[in-house]
Ligand binder design. Sequence first.
Ligand SMILES: *[C@@H]1O[C@H](CO)[C@@H](O)[C@H](O)[C@H]1NC(C)=O
Ligand SMILES: *[C@@H]1O[C@H](CO)[C@@H](O)[C@H](O)[C@H]1NC(C)=O
Ligand SMILES: *[C@@H]1O[C@H](CO)[C@@H](O)[C@H](O)[C@H]1NC(C)=O
Length: 460
Amino acid sequence: MASRLGSLLLILFAVGVQVQLVLVAGAGWQEFLQLPTESAADGGGVVVGTKWALLIAGSRYYYNYRHQADVCHAYQVMKKGGLRDENIVVFMYDDIAYSGENPWPGVIINQPNGTNVYAGVPKDYTGADVNVNNVLAALRGDGSAIIGGSGKVISSGPYDHVFVYYSDHGGYGVLGMPDDELLFAYDLVETLKRKHAARGYSSLTFYVEACESGSIFEGLLPTDIGVYAVTAANATESSWATYWDPELGTFLGDLFSVAWMEETDSRDRCAETLEQQYELVRDRTSVNGTYVFGSHVMQYGDMGISNEQVCQFMGRDPVVSRSRAVKQRDAELVCLWHRYRRSAEGTPQKAEARARLQQVMSRRSLVDSSVELIGGLLFGGEGPAGRVLGAVRAAGQPLVDDWDCLKSVVRAYERHCGPLERYGMKHMRAFANICNAGVGDEAVAKAAAQACAASRSESF
Ligand SMILES: *[C@@H]1O[C@H](CO)[C@@H](O)[C@H](O)[C@H]1NC(C)=O
Ligand SMILES: *[C@@H]1O[C@H](CO)[C@@H](O)[C@H](O)[C@H]1NC(C)=O
Ligand SMILES: *[C@@H]1O[C@H](CO)[C@@H](O)[C@H](O)[C@H]1NC(C)=O
């Protein structure tokens, strides 16, 4: 069994941290397989699809500092979520960081005393390359239509999730570009329709910060092309700048934009849906619905997508996630994974972290498959073993009637298959069901001996 496991494809689907283990060459880790603590109902499952982000600042000039600051921050949000630079396309004029008016050359912040969000931002399209033609071509994924820039486009496929964010001035039915050419809502929505028809995404979420931004989608965006849009303002009102900084002499951000990004920065993105994010951002952008200042944050398009988790589009920030809502059983894997990821390429530390991760995951797979095998041996003749093992008793009933049976069954298992340890405790229900089905510890011991015979010498 160990050799079978050796070739088992392992994936760290730790807790919905869709960490794709592009770990090792060789040994069969290339594929993604769900970790057993996740069920499909948890949003688990085989990980398919890539996350893409298209980030566009439509303005130039120091007095519009905030739009490029928003976009730089958005890049940091995506980056922290694990998206790779090759899947993030950034449009920004790039005249702020080194503007003569910026007292801190090379630094852009998006909140008072904030961190430098300019660091590391890819300069895919800057200056005159930020234009309507290139933005729409990048969104379509049409590299041949691009003129200038890095040539990077959203070459997403039918299983991919795409996030688009735009920040600048707008007007009724239009979004601005630095060269003052207008991006018309109609062309934008047609581009989305074409991308959908070409199976260019599984779902696409589009956040827009601009005045009258509701007018970009109102009455235009179909509800059946897999696009969900959130706008800073409704179709007839202004959106709001925020964080006036007297030292920098400019606004640092826009109200809607800093709201969604600060929410995203501070929460476990896999424990929150886009709908929940919308509600928080809506309340913040309207001062809890008072509209003392602020605007009406709006939703358009396919509302089903709003039930998807934020991390589906923005990835998951492991630091926030780990401290907040990692399932207990997965916390160890997440830590190991980060140790692996943090250590430098080619060092003994990296090799050791990888070996440890591999070992823990093999052990977990072994525990899971042995329990499954035992179920098959015990119940194989009577329908799917999984149904017996996974059965849940009606509320109000104890887990098991005969607790002594449970204890001796666990002992019998451990004798042949090694200690359950913390991870293996997830199988206690299976053992309880074995007892509830009237199977004694002797039969379990026999099945366990058979199930774990091959692996015993090697794995524990
Ligand atoms: C920013 O930092 C300065 C000095 O470091 C401090 O005086 C000021 O109160 C801070 N502002 C905010 C909004 O935290
Ligand atoms: C849009 O915003 C304006 C100005 O705040 C407000 O008067 C109007 O009721 C809003 N309309 C909708 C549909 O939210
Ligand atoms: C809105 O209400 C919440 C909870 O009552 C409060 O914590 C928050 O500060 C309020 N937000 C604004 C912008 O007033």
